[in-house]
Design a protein around this ligand. Structure first.
Ligand code: ADP
Ligand code: MG
Length: 483
């Protein structure tokens, strides 16, 4: 490869405040009816006055702290002027030269990616273009929703790294509880700036900005496509023009949208209706104290505290609620359990959450009101499985019951007669019966066809209506048949 890619990301995320950025209209992304969460301020009526939402500012500062930024002590808002139907005032209140957070970084897969700035602004309204109609509609529910914008330095060098950065940022926003950051729902939106340069060249190449990336997959694919396109362009003797391109999700290509306007086309100036803002060091430190455990810390802690696979660890980091359920269940396993046995129980807990419980959960989550399994009951189930009181098949059935009815596992086992018979004495009669009913099979085994024993185990299972412990049954059969 003669060229190395250079990528910088600009990521927007809608903040989960109660009200909008500069007025008291509700910030409710789930609102289905258009134009209900609106007021004269977010509709841009003349003579109205915006008031900055303190909650939103704190949220951005928290993000900055989580991303190792300097939180500035003095800041202001600025007007970014442009005309578009989704922008009711004809300008967006944003931040130009004094963003709330500067000079941070995020470590992604052991690589430090620098963050230039994080600022706060307001979202635009949503435009809709009904098919076959010659008009467009505007929903102002989103107009004025707090939007943070994060800009990275051009430190990213592969499409995977770009994707991983965005994924890790999404996790951090969710851990902080400041945004749901769902890309498909437009709560988090990424733009990728991409250029290529000759390997070892100091100077960066001309960049192209890709918009409309509404999934991690599109982000990764768009980077891949653009890197290749630029290489081919240069190889064919052409040159890269600085432009904005869109991503066509169906065709999986980028396409030209517009050439970069003049840098100063926005005529930024300080927002005269909002006073400048100052923050005391103590206020910022108080926010820092409020930052919860972050994904990177949790990744390390889980892998140190529990002997579980790195895949399970990653699952519990990415699905924080599931991770919490796992840890709570482990703490309910009991006390004074010998080390080796506890390790086994913990692995069983992780396995059952990763496979069976995840399968049942599908779109539900363990924090929902409709989730009926308590960590205590889950831990009990794990103990019953480990003690051989129920088979793994029965465990699945018990778990399904627990999931739909919320009962505790011993009750379900009793009610449904699912107890596994592991005691050799209790199985003896059935085993004897199976041996006398299946003379041909017994003959085969005596002649050395030992695999036929599985067939007899199956018979014992059937005879016991699934309650026999298959390992015990097999042991008993081979003891009896080797005499
Ligand atoms: P603009 O003035 O066009 O908005 P900025 O300097 O503000 O450009 O950078 C915007 C984004 O583009 C940042 O994420 C930055 O890291 C990235 N970027 C800047 N130059 C390049 C380049 N040559 N190649 C790739 N990305 C770049
Ligand atoms: Mg810029």
């Amino acid at each position: 490869m003669k060229y190395s890619p250079v990528i910088g990301l600009e990521i927007h995320a809608e903040l989960k405040t109660k009200s909008k950025m500069f007025c008291s209209s509700l910030n409710d992304p789930l609102e289905q009816h258009p134009n209900v969460n609106v007021c004269p301020i977010c509709m841009g009526h003349p003579g109205t006055l915006p008031v900055a939402n303190k909650e939103a500012i704190k949220m951005v500062q928290k993000v900055g702290l989580a991303l190792n930024c300097t939180i500035v002590e003095h800041s202001k808002f600025d007007r970014k002027n442009y005309f578009y139907p989704d922008l009711p005032k004809g300008y967006q209140i944003s931040q130009f030269d004094m963003p709330f957070c500067e000079n941070g970084y995020l470590v992604v897969d052991d690589k430090k990616i620098r963050i230039t700035r994080i600022h706060l602004e307001e979202d635009a309204a949503r435009l809709m273009h009904p098919e076959g109609k010659d008009y467009s509609l505007i929903d102002f529910n989103r107009a004025g929703v707090p939007l943070m914008e994060l800009v990275t330095e051009p430190d990213i060098t592969t499409s995977i790294e770009a994707r991983r950065f965005a994924e890790e940022l999404q996790l951090i926003l969710r851990y902080l509880g400041v945004s749901d950051a769902n890309m498909e729902k437009g709560q988090m939106r990424a733009e990728a700036n991409i250029s290529i340069k000759k390997q070892n060249a100091k100077q960066l190449g001309t960049k192209v900005e890709i918009k409309n990336l509404n999934s991690f997959r599109s982000l990764e694919r768009a980077c891949d496509f653009e890197i290749k396109r630029q290489e081919e362009e240069l190889e064919g003797g052409g040159e890269i023009i600085q432009e904005t391109r869109g991503w066509h999700d169906v065709k999986q290509i980028t396409f030209p949208q517009r050439q970069k306007e003049e840098a100063h086309g926005y005529r930024y100036f300080p927002e005269p209706d909002i006073p400048t803002l100052s923050f005391k060091k103590e206020e910022i430190e108080a926010l820092r104290a409020d930052i919860p455990e972050l994904p990177a810390q949790r990744r390390i802690r889980l892998s140190e505290e529990y002997v579980i696979s790195s895949d399970d660890t990653e699952m519990f980091v990415r699905n924080k609620d599931l991770g919490e359920f796992f840890e709570q269940s482990v703490s309910e396993l009991g006390s004074g359990i010998p080390h080796k046995k506890l390790e086994k129980l913990i692995q069983l807990t992780a396995n059952y959450i990763a496979s069976d419980l995840q399968g049942l959960l599908k779109s539900k989550d363990v924090r929902g009101e409709d989730f009926l399994i308590t960590p205590e009951n889950f831990a009990e189930l794990i103990n019953l499985i480990e003690q051989g009181k129920i088979s793994s098949a029965a465990a699945k059935e018990v778990l399904r019951e627990m999931f739909s009815k919320g009962a505790d596992p011993s009750h379900i086992i009793e009610e449904k007669g699912l107890t596994q018979v592991s005691n050799a004495k209790d199985l003896d009669k059935i085993v004897e019966k199976v041996i006398s009913d299946n003379e041909d099979a017994v003959e085969d085994i005596r002649k050395g066809k030992t695999t036929v024993i599985k067939f007899l185990v199956g018979k014992v299972m059937a005879e016991s209506k699934g309650q026999a412990n298959p390992q015990v049954a097999e042991k008993l059969l081979s003891e009896k048949l080797s005499n």
